[in-house]
Design a protein around this ligand. Structure first.
Ligand SMILES: Cc1cc2nc3c(=O)[nH]c(=O)nc-3n(C[C@H](O)[C@H](O)[C@H](O)COP(=O)(O)OP(=O)(O)OC[C@H]3O[C@@H](n4cnc5c(N)ncnc54)[C@H](O)[C@@H]3O)c2cc1C
Length: 497
């Protein structure tokens, strides 16, 4: 089947049915009843999940000469990755984009320090090292081998001190990964295949296969070399997230697909996996205030501040540094006292990354408010015009002076003073977004058990893993994380050793 955006997206009904049934996952420790009487199928590498982590593991394992199967519980493949905004943080790339756009300096060490600081040093430094060292190569791999096309420009997003945000869409990265996999004989993701048990050979201590529910049947698939768990996060699992963070009730919207539930994580725990940081659950500060989702305009408040966009509250006043970390911005928004807050910009800002046609499109749908003047924009936003004009005038002064005494935002030369209409505003509000916690791995992506030992045969990557991002994940670092560690997991799982 040809992969299209529709192909990835799940309808709420089908999705809910497939994502539910936590009880369908084996609660008994795997192996308690021994191995299955027979194996229905066998592959060198069995991959659970078809997002960035699973697909990069598949492409890599196939390249290593392994036979591979990718199992996906949902009726369509791609998970959260299919709807990802597409920011990918890499401090360099073979296209030399940062240099091409004249966006200053960057380095592996700078990316490393930003990631550690952004996570308040809760991160496992050895995993951060793998991420920042290998992010450029992962990007180049998709550009060269997968035919990936990037958007115009290179961005700087909250918590990063450099312009390193490469932009495409989640769908484009997935198709690039699929295309690399196909070069090595990939036959496609197997949808409606839910892994419900990990089989462990008690004699050797090795994980050797999975039990799968598919089409009303149960089958057992042997993994001759390794199993990769790329099963994603649990932001849509209200019960599980509340068990970690009680205030994250269903009153909070989520940006995630219905597939983002915790039963596979619990299956890994039941098999003895160590987990960490499960309570570090990120709110995305600029989701659509009505739906909680991340549509294209919800990315403008993430991408445009590097070029001078300003956030205001319902009183037309700034309330935070627009380049603040996601947790800081989300908290500041909540403290403004009520929905919603806004990101304000004009052509001097958006033209660095996109064009008027895109603005017109979202003005037509009503998602963007606009006005020829700030007075007109304020009326459309229903905020006090005098306050909005004073805010923009003050911010223009900060940009001119190179200093933001109000919120300490680092001002760069790329930031514009907004002096010409038309002006635009997009509404924004926090929504449950990313799980920084998950299973514990080592830098080889091998899973670690509760006693600190490697779990032979088991590998994990992506949002299923904890410890890479500490208590707060920086924008663009998740896609890089999934693809970097997916590659590591795929390579090691395919190894005959
Ligand atoms: C709307 C949105 C926008 C985002 N934008 C960005 C961005 O611009 N930059 C960035 O860095 N990050 C972004 N992120 C975060 C990033 O996209 C995710 O962290 C990433 O997609 C996770 O990939 P993954 O492969 O780990 O999991 P997923 O893509 O969620 O894939 C996991 C898959 O595993 C399947 N699965 C789970 N359990 C089983 C089982 N037992 N059997 C079979 N299948 C199973 C699931 O159904 C799912 O399809 C965004 C996230 C969202 C939701």
């Amino acid at each position: 089947m040809k992969a299209t955006r529709r192909h990835f997206l799940v309808t709420a009904g089908a999705a809910a049915a497939a994502a539910a049934s936590v009880s369908a996952v084996a609660a008994t420790p795997c192996g308690a009843s021994g191995l299955p009487a027979k194996w229905d199928e066998a592959f060198d590498v069995v991959i659970v999940g078809s997002g960035f982590a699973g697909m990069s593991a598949a492409a890599t394992a196939l390249h290593e000469g392994a036979s591979v199967t990718v199992l996906e519980k949902m009726p369509t493949w791609g998970g959260n990755s299919a709807i990802a905004g597409g920011g990918f943080a890499a401090w360099t790339d073979s296209l030399k984009l940062r240099e091409k756009y004249g966006m200053g300096k960057d380095s592996e060490e700078q990316h490393r320090m930003d990631t550690l600081k952004g996570g308040d040093f809760f991160n496992m430094p050895e995993l951060v090292d793998v991420l920042v060292k290998n992010a450029p190569a992962a990007m180049d791999w998709m550009l060269k081998e997968g035919g990936l096309k990037l958007n115009k420009g290179i961005g700087r997003v909250g918590g990063h001190t450099a312009y390193r945000d490469h932009m495409a869409t989640g769908e484009r990265y997935l198709l690039a990964l699929e295309s690399i996999a196909k070069k090595n004989g990939f036959k496609g993701v197997r949808t409606n295949c839910k892994v419900v048990r990990l089989w462990k050979d008690e004699k050797s201590g090795r994980f050797v296969g999975v039990e799968v529910k598919t089409g009303g049947k149960t089958i057992n698939i042997r993994a001759n070399r390794g199993i990769v768990l790329g099963a994603g996060g649990y932001a849509r699992d209200v019960k599980f997230r509340m068990s970690q963070v009680p205030f994250l009730t269903e009153a909070y919207n989520s940006t995630n697909q219905p597939s983002a539930t915790a039963e596979t994580l619990m299956m890994a725990q039941a098999a003895g996996a160590s987990t960490l940081h499960l309570a570090f659950i990120q709110l995305f500060p600029t989701a659509d205030a009505k739906t909680g989702s991340i549509d294209r305009p919800a990315l403008f408040p993430i991408q445009f501040p590097g070029f001078g966009a300003v956030y205001v509250d319902k009183n037309g006043k700034r309330f935070v540094s627009e380049l603040g970390r996601r947790d800081v911005v989300s908290q500041a928004e909540t403290k403004t006292g009520g929905k919603c807050t806004w990101c304000v910009f004009n052509a001097q800002v958006y033209s660095k990354l996109t064009d008027k046609a895109e603005m017109d499109k979202f003005v037509a749908t009503g998602r963007l408010k606009t006005g020829k003047t700030l007075d007109e924009l304020a009326a459309a936003m229903q905020v006090p015009a005098a306050a909005l004009k004073a805010t923009i005038a003050e911010h223009n002064g900060f940009v001119r002076d190179g200093k933001d005494p109000k919120f300490g935002k680092p001002i760069s030369k790329a930031m514009a003073q907004m002096t010409e209409g038309p002006y635009y505003a997009v509404s924004q509000w926090p929504s449950v977004h990313h799980c920084q916690g998950g299973v514990r791995i080592n830098p080889k992506a091998q899973m670690i058990d509760i006693f600190g030992n490697v779990m032979p045969g088991l590998y994990a990557a992506g949002e299923f893993v904890g410890g890479v991002h500490g208590d707060n994940r920086l924008g663009g670092n998740a896609i890089a994380d999934c693809i970097v560690f997916g590659r590591v997991a795929g390579k090691n799982a395919a190894s005959k050793a």
